[in-house]
Structures are given as structure tokens and as C-alpha cells.
Design a protein around this ligand. Structure first.
Ligand code: ADP
Ligand code: MG
Length: 600
């Protein structure tokens, strides 16, 4: 079976369950659905994007209070009367308020890193909660009651069995949208946030924008859940939107498997049911005094997390037999005649990239000292020197990953130091990293497609609605082409993390090529390669050079360098100690002394 068949099977089971199950179980399923919607947002935000949030409950509160206030207040202020009375208008108003709140809150907190981000989410989670409980129009601690039912074309959803369909329709829709987003150009950028931000920026991704996008989507999911909750309950007060509930949502996400969309459903399902059962049955054994269920519940959660630290969904996927696993685990690609446009290469011999007196200090350590070099179109320049000489630091200054303390970097006639690396990438510079920066859980193909980020233009909305498929197919075909070009054509759908280290380096070259660069910076591309692979790499680099590419590489393998490159710059202690043709460098006294040492 394919994933889509499973999806329809699930949808069908949900569709018939109100006909088969007793009312109280449908009520429970409603709660699971409401929670799942919030947790789905967390899967995107925390699982995929790597941003831990304790504050989602407060965003649920925004949706719930907006609709409660607008639909259940008798005397709305004049300027709001037009918006009052209809849950559907209230939904839209709620979403608008949520997006504005997410922009403000996200703008302030998403730039925080490490522990500060979760702390930030706790801070705004608590603030919003107090906001709900103290604002007079919102009913204080007693909240708002008499919230009307939602009607669809005059048909009132006034029973939990009827709300069930709306809730689960929205959950299923949210799953589809989320899946669509994740399998797109924007989605790859989002998936690169966790662990690959420097790389993503070097490939042209605006990582802050990607963070804001997932935050807004997660907030909107939470807000819609609040809207449904308010109309399902017909009354609300601040307590379900407290920090405690924010923590519960995070638990659900971790329990189900924070990295997978279906984990959201599973996590909220198990969490909600377990709590219900414990509340129902535990008092029979332990009596009514003392909140034993909270303690037992906490212990169970801890035990589950010990057994399945990645969550339950990945564990289930591991143990179910191959026969019933969905067949189409990876994206489908069609052949296409359409190609991405390429930038014109500079004329051979032109200076494409130039460092002028670049100095980089890390505190007292001068890692690059007054370094100057030029790379021409159609030339391979090697940067060599002993370990710690400052070569990688130089690469970072050239590619905008870092900014020189003084001096200039000129790319195609323009000063670029101080610019974001994504801006530099846009102008045609691409690089690989000495310590490979790949996304281990993504396929080889998707990793390379990140390199093509700037060559696609489809945004979030077209990704959500799958209007990006034509461009997406072209992008994936380009990634495939680059992989075949570097000799990794047979690994398209392998997990990138499963490749040998040498192959991962080659993958990075394919990713760099996918961005259609005119300058390629390769930091130790041949390390870990076997002889045959080195020969293939050398042949590829020569071909690129013949096409007019400017290539700067750092490499330790002297045979590889001497036979391949046109010129060499030698560094030691952050300084340039020699520059010239390979045969000159081989005879250079200073180089022999400092670098080749006793070997000559
Ligand atoms: P190479 O690539 O030539 O082996 P690097 O450029 O990695 O050398 O390092 C040059 C020197 O700068 C080393 O002494 C290294 O410890 C130091 N260095 C590199 N990056 C940093 C950093 N981010 N902070 C402090 N020191 C650094
Ligand atoms: Mg290095």
C-alpha cells in the first residue's frame, strides 16, 4: 500500500467512528484531535525546526478567547459589532491576531539560541495567560460562557458527534498541508534549521525567515485548535491556556515522536487517553484524596521516554513488518525537459574572487594575517599549509560565514565582506565544509536540492497547496543531474548519513554545484577518498575549470594538488609565505622548511 491509501484508510475509520463508538469516546477523540492540531504545530516547530516551545497553550488561548469574546459578548464595542456574532468571522480575526502576535513574539524570541529560546517561550506563555485572566472584557478567572455552536450553511454543530467531523477534518487537512510543506523547497530549508543553519545560509536560505514561517504555522494551528475548543466546550476560562498545558503539549509531541507528522496524532492520543483512564480508574484503587494520577502519569511518561527516546512513532515504524509498510517512502520524480536557467560564467582569466589584506583575529589569536589572494575564472587555485595555518578561517572570510577584522573581500568587482553568506551565495559563490555539514536523516537527493534553493521561487503558500510541483520536479531533476555528475547517481534515495565520509564530501560538491556557482570553494574535498575516487574528483574539477569555473581548494594530499592545480598559495601561522606554480612551490625554500619539513 502507498501512504495515500493509509491516509484514506485512517480518514475512513475516523469517518465511521461516531456511528460505532459511544458518545463519551467521541468526546475523548475530539480532545485528541484538538490536542493533535497543536502538537502537529510543535512537530514542525520543535521536531523539524529544532525550536522548543513551552508557550503553545497561550496561542490556543488567543484563538479561543477571540472567538469567545466576539461571539458571546452581549454588548460589543461599536467598532467591533461588524465582527461579532459569527464564529467564522471570529476564526479569521483570531488567525489574523495570532499571526500578528507570532510575528511580534517570534521576532523577539526566535533569534535567541540555546536555553534562552525555551525560556523565552515560557516568558510569553505566562504573560499571555495573565493577560487572559486579568482583562476585564474576557471575564477574568471565570472566563466567558454561552459560546454559540458553529454552523455550516445553517446546520448547527451542537453536539460532540457533529463537532467531531469538523475537528478531524481540520486535523487531516493540517496533516496534508504539513506534509506538502515539508516536501518542498521551503520545507527543505525548514528541515535544515535543526543543525544545518550555517550550511543553509551558505546555500542562500534566510534561516530567520524559515524559523518565522514555522512559528507562524504552528501558532495558527494552535489558534484554530483554540477556536474549535471554545465552540466545542461553549465556555472557557484561562486555565487550559496555562504554562502547564504548554508543557503537556510538548510532552505529547515528544511521546509520539517529535519528528513525524503521525507521531503528533499518536502522542496526543496516548497522552489524552492515558490521563483519562488514570483519572477514571486510579481513584478506585487509591482513593480520592491525593492527586495520585498526576504522579503515576508522570512516572509512566518518564518510563516511556526511557524506552523510546525518539518517541513511539519511529519505534512502531521499526517493528512493523516490511510487508505493510508504505511503499513510497521517498518523493516521486518525473523526467522533464525543462531545465533551470544558469548564470553566465565570467570570462576566463578574469579575477572573480580577491582577498585584499584580510586579517582575522580571534581575541589575541591572529588566524589570518594580512592575507591577499586572487582566484581567476577557469583556474584552480590551491590553498595549502600545515594544520592550524588558517585555511578554513580564510574560507569563512571569503564566503561570508565570518567577517574579517580588517581588509577586503572582493567578489565579481564588489566588496562583500560584512554581507550575509546567503547574499554572497546569490551572486554565485558556493562552498563545501571541512567538517561536512549534511542533513543526515534526509535523502542524498534532498540534501543536494538544498543547493538549488535560490534557483527556485515557489513560496510557502504554493508549497502548502502543492502548486509548486512543476518547479519542484525541475529542482529535484537538477539535484539528480549534479549527483550523477559527481558519481553518486546510485544513492539518490539513500539517507545522507549512511554514506561513507568521502562520499559525503562529494555530496557537498554536488550540493554546491546545484546552486549554479561561478566560484567553488572546496575545503579538503579529497580527504577520505580512495584513489579511484580521487581520480574521478580530479577529472570533474578539470572539467569544471574548462567550463570557466573558478575553483579554490584546500587540500593536504600533495600528489593530488601538484598534478591538478594551476597555482598554489601557501600559508603558515595565518600568513602567506609563498605563491606560485606547483613546480615553483615544490622548490621554494620557505615552503620546504615550513611545510614539507624534512620530507624534501
Ligand atoms: P586550518 O584550516 O588551516 O587547519 P583553521 O583556519 O581551522 O586552520 O584555524 C586557524 C587557527 O584559528 C587555529 O589556531 C584555530 O584554533 C583558530 N580558530 C579557528 N576558528 C576559530 C574560532 N571560531 N574561534 C577561535 N579560534 C579559532
Ligand atoms: Mg581547515
Amino acid at each position: 500500500m502507498k501512504t495515500i491509501h493509509y491516509f484514506f484508510l485512517f480518514a475512513f475509520l475516523m469517518f465511521i467512528s461516531p456511528l460505532l463508538l459511544p458518545d463519551y469516546q467521541i468526546t475523548l477523540l475530539n480532545y485528541i484531535g484538538l490536542n493533535a492540531l497543536v502538537v502537529l504545530g510543535l512537530v514542525l516547530l520543535t521536531g523539524v525546526g529544532g525550536m522548543t516551545s513551552f508557550g503553545q497553550a497561550a496561542l490556543v488561548g488567543i484563538g479561543a478567547y477571540t472567538t469567545a469574546y466576539l461571539t458571546a459578548t452581549d454588548q460589543l464595542p461599536n467598532y467591533l459589532t461588524l465582527l461579532g456574532g459569527s464564529p467564522w468571522i471570529a476564526l479569521i480575526v483570531g488567525i489574523v491576531i495570532t499571526v500578528i502576535a507570532a510575528l511580534i513574539v517570534g521576532g523577539l524570541t526566535l533569534k535567541l539560541s540555546g536555553h534562552y529560546l525555551p525560556l523565552g517561550t515560557i516568558a510569553w506563555g505566562i504573560s499571555l495567560y495573565y493577560f487572559f485572566s486579568t482583562l476585564e472584557g474576557l471575564g477574568g478567572h471565570s472566563g466567558i460562557s454561552n459560546i454559540p455552536s458553529i454552523s455550516i450553511f445553517g446546520y448547527a454543530l451542537d453536539h460532540s458527534n457533529k463537532m467531531f467531523y469538523l475537528i478531524w477534518l481540520i486535523v487531516l487537512l493540517a496533516i496534508v498541508l504539513t506534509k506538502n510543506l515539508l516536501n518542498s523547497r521551503e520545507g527543505r530549508a525548514i528541515r535544515a534549521l535543526k543543525g544545518g543553519q550555517i550550511m543553509a545560509e551558505s546555500m542562500g536560505v534566510n534561516t530567520f525567515r524559515s524559523k518565522l514561517i514555522v512559528f507562524i504555522i504552528a501558532s495558527v494551528f494552535a489558534s484554530i485548535s483554540g477556536w474549535l475548543y471554545a465552540h466545542n466546550q461553549t465556555f472557557i476560562n484561562p486555565s487550559p491556556f496555562s504554562l502547564q498545558m504548554g508543557i503537556d503539549y510538548l510532552f505529547m509531541a515528544l511521546l509520539g515522536g517529535v519528528g513525524s507528522v503521525w507521531g503528533a496524532i499518536l502522542g496526543s492520543g496516548i497522552f489524552t487517553m492515558m490521563r483519562q483512564w488514570l483519572q477514571d480508574y486510579l481513584p478506585m484503587f487509591l482513593g480520592n484524596d491525593g492527586q495520585y494520577e498526576t504522579i503515576v502519569f508522570g512516572l509512566l511518561i518518564v518510563a516511556l521516554m526511557q524506552k523510546a527516546p525518539m518517541g513511539l512513532w519511529p519505534m512502531i515504524m521499526k517493528i512493523i513488518p516490511k510487508k505493510i509498510k508504505p511503499l513510497d517512502q521517498h518523493i516521486q520524480m518525473k523526467e522533464t525537459d525543462q531545465k533551470l536557467t544558469c548564470q553566465a560564467m565570467p570570462n576566463k582569466g578574469d579575477i572573480v574572487l580577491e582577498a585584499k589584506n584580510v586579517t582575522k583575529k580571534f581575541g589575541g589569536l591572529v588566524a589570518n594575517n594580512d592575507m591577499s589572494l586572487q582566484v581567476h575564472a577557469g583556474e584552480i587555485l590551491a590553498l595549502i599549509g600545515p594544520n592550524g595555518a588558517g585555511k578554513s578561517t580564510m574560507f569563512n572570510q571569503l564566503s561570508g560565514v565570518d567577517t574579517p577584522t580588517s581588509g577586503e573581500v572582493i567578489f565579481k568587482g564588489e566588496k562583500i565582506n560584512g554581507q550575509y553568506s546567503r547574499k554572497i551565495a546569490q551572486q554565485g559563490m558556493s562552498r563545501t565544509f571541512q567538517h561536512v555539514k549534511i542533513l543526515a536523516e534526509m535523502t542524498v537527493l534532498e540534501n543536494v536540492a538544498i543547493g538549488g534553493h535560490l534557483r527556485g521561487h515557489q513560496g510557502v503558500f504554493s508549497s502548502l497547496l502543492r502548486l509548486d510541483r512543476v518547479e519542484e520536479n525541475i529542482l529535484l531533476n537538477e539535484a539528480k543531474l549534479q549527483l550523477e555528475r559527481v558519481g553518486l547517481g546510485e544513492y539518490l534515495y539513500a539517507e545522507a548519513g549512511s554514506l561513507a565520509l568521502g562520499q559525503q564530501r562529494i555530496l557537498e560538491i554536488a550540493r554546491a554545484l546545484c546552486s549554479d556557482p561561478c566560484v567553488l570553494l572546496l575545503d579538503e574535498p579529497a580527504a577520505g577518498l580512495r584513489l579511484k575516487e580521487k581520480e574521478a574528483l580530479a577529472a570533474l574539477l578539470l572539467k569544471l575549470k574548462a567550463e570557466g569555473m573558478a575553483i579554490l581548494l584546500v587540500e593536504h594530499d600533495m600528489d593530488f594538488v601538484m598534478n591538478l592545480v594551476d597555482r598554489i598559495v601557501v600559508m603558515e601561522f595565518g600568513q602567506k609565505i609563498a605563491e606560485g606554480l606547483p613546480e615553483e612551490i615544490q622548490k621554494n625554500e620557505a615552503v620546504l622548511e615550513a611545510y614539507l619539513g624534512g620530507a624534501a
